[in-house]
Design a protein around this ligand. Structure first.
Ligand code: NAP
Length: 544
């Protein structure tokens, strides 16, 4: 057995000792390093990529860009950083977001505590010592008081088990692990499996290059036009001049974005009024514009269907072939309960002669061959195959590490029936371990950067509190965890989300427990709850 086998950690004496190990150097890991350093802790960040950036390091597929306006999809913890950085687009593309994160790493002198090209294999609690022993694939061991998991929500790629998958003779790609060198599809017959946010961003650009593009669609998605362009000058000015106020507004909002909360039901207004509102929101080009047009769209099926129907009508207007348009129209699940998408020319791409849509509901994929994909008895010949098939979301990146807490219990065992946590941050039996934007927190249902900052700051304050109390130990209480986990499910069950097969429900990964993974109580409410817990001396956590 090798000395780096996660099951047999070497003696702690061989380990490098730090106060905190942070796993991941994306938005969350970078800020965690900065903030924990600020508390006087020694920190080591371990990152699998060859550079900082996390999601924005790996997702280099054509068209990859954020779908929350860049001026708000940025850190707010430092007003000067916010004032200095200039986004070139309303929704910046991946290279620019990666440059931003590289800039942050340099500006705050973060790189000296980041180990790149290194994956954390395991983290085992050394119970008597009250420390975590972290083992990396470079054979290094780190001994840390605190384990901060900043592994991201959507970083564990989902490659479907399709018969013959490995037989394909040409290059294959997954959007979340895109090559670093440019991929040229010119003159090639390309297949794309998957029509979620990644596929919807990628498909129009691949179509422009390829000789022929075949899109294999299992479930159509609702997508709105991004209306990308220059950043909104008024928002940029406000952000510069009124940074503190904007920061506060984002932090107390429902989704971590600036949006007037809706006050009316979609059924309270006339059809004409509703239509006009939806039209205005469609033209606005934001991810949540339509979903937040009325206050009951995520709770009431009849209300929701008015929004769904509005988007279906837009698809019918854009796509010329009525059968293709019908195939692209989402039916049978509520608008927004699969994450909505923002696109540039997605539906119009299907008007091209050189693009074929294969509706897998009518003609399912039977197998992949050396030369293509067979669906409904027809072989679609391909040179290249792109998987835009998503992720084992939220729990996948955490369970991908061999995490063992008290009595050697693994996180996989603790979460066999779905994730359990207190506030989406702490897990009973796993003291001094923190899951940044973990399951049970708003994370996936929010502007991730706003939620990341809230978690990092809350954890940093907690560690400062522990220092004041003269103890290094904190652990979620079993009962508080049970109550919070039930509350997360109750909140989810009051909406239409659980009725849909989505990654929010873990339904995209065979065998994954079906539970609602994020917390839908709202960013502002959730923050208030966390702040109250801190003010009250952290009830629900056992300290010391
Ligand atoms: P996704 O939303 O999970 O979409 C995966 C797609 O692959 C779905 O259309 C799915 O169909 C299809 N699929 C999966 N397995 C399949 C199979 N065996 N056969 C045929 N089709 C299959 O993944 P994603 O597009 O990568 O997006 C994941 C999340 O990442 C997004 O929801 C979003 O939160 C984030 N993201 C954000 C941006 C951005 O704009 N900022 C960009 C990309 C991703 P079914 O629906 O039928 O399962």
């Amino acid at each position: 057995m090798s000395t780096t086998d996660p099951a047999t950690p070497r003696a702690p004496e061989a380990a490098t000792t730090v106060d905190a190990v942070v796993v991941g150097a994306g938005f969350a890991g970078l800020y965690a390093l900065h903030r924990l350093r600020g508390e006087g802790l020694s920190v080591r960040v371990v990152e699998a990529g060859s550079d900082v950036g996390g999601t924005w390091y790996w997702n280099r597929y054509p068209g990859a860009r954020c779908d929350i306006e860049s001026v708000f999809y940025s850190y707010s913890f430092d007003a000067d950083l916010a004032r200095e950085w200039e986004w070139s687009e309303r929704y910046a593309a991946q290279p620019e977001i990666l440059s931003y994160l590289q800039h942050v790493a340099d500006r705050f002198d973060l790189r000296r505590d980041i180990t790149l090209d290194t994956r954390v294999l395991s983290a085992h609690l050394d119970e008597p010592a009250g420390r975590w022993t972290v083992t990396t694939d470079a054979g290094e061991q780190l001994s840390a008081t605190y384990l901060v998991l900043a592994v991201g929500l959507l970083s564990s790629t989902n490659l479907p088990q399709i018969e013959g998958r490995d037989d394909f003779g040409g290059p294959t790609y997954h959007t979340g692990a895109w090559p670093h060198e440019p991929v040229d599809f010119t003159g090639r017959r390309v297949g794309v499996i998957g029509t979620g946010s990644s596929g919807i961003q990628l498909i129009p650009l691949v179509a422009e290059q390829a000789a022929h593009l075949t899109v294999f669609q299992r479930t159509p998605n609702f997508s709105l036009p991004a209306k990308n362009g220059a950043p909104d000058a008024a928002k940029v000015t406000r952000l510069r001049e009124d940074h503190a106020a904007i920061k506060e507004e984002l932090r107390s909002s429902s989704y971590g974005i600036l949006l007037e909360p809706p006050t009316q039901s979609a059924l309270e207004v006339s059809e004409a009024e509703r239509e006009a509102k939806y039209r205005e929101r469609w033209d606005e080009g934001t991810l949540t514009g339509i979903l937040q047009a009325y206050n009951d769209l995520v709770r009431n099926e009849e209300s929701n269907d008015t929004a769904a129907e509005f988007v279906r009508q837009r698809i019918a207007e854009i796509v010329r072939d009525p059968q293709v348009a019908a195939d692209l129209m989402p039916q049978g699940y509520a608008y927004g309960t699969k994450r909505p998408c923002l696109d540039t020319d997605y539906y119009a791409t299907f008007n091209r002669e050189d693009v074929t849509l294969v509706n897998l509901r009518r003609t399912p994929i039977e197998r992949i061959t050396r030369t293509g994909v067979v669906a409904g008895g027809v072989e679609h010949e391909l040179d290249d195959l792109v998987y835009a098939t998503g992720y084992d979301a939220m729990t996948g990146p955490l369970l991908g590490i061999d995490l063992r807490g008290r009595d050697g219990r693994t996180l996989r065992e603790a979460w066999a029936d779905g994730p359990r946590s207190y506030l989406g941050i702490g897990v009973s039996g796993f003291p001094n371990m923190f899951t940044l934007t973990g399951p049970g927190s708003p994370s996936a249902l929010s502007n991730a950067v706003v939620s990341i900052e809230q978690h990092v700051e809350w954890v940093a304050d907690l560690l400062a509190h522990l220092q004041e109390r003269g103890t290094p130990l904190v652990e979620a209480d079993d009962r508080a965890e049970k109550e919070w986990t039930e509350h997360v499910q109750l909140a989810g069950n009051a909406t239409l989300y659980p009725r849909t097969d989505s990654w929010y429900m873990g339904a995209n990964v065979p065998g994954k427990p079906r539970v609602f993974l994020p917390y839908i109580g709202g960013v502002g409410n959730y923050r208030a709850r966390c702040d109250q817990v801190a003010r009250d001396g952290y009830p629900g956590f056992v300290i010391g």
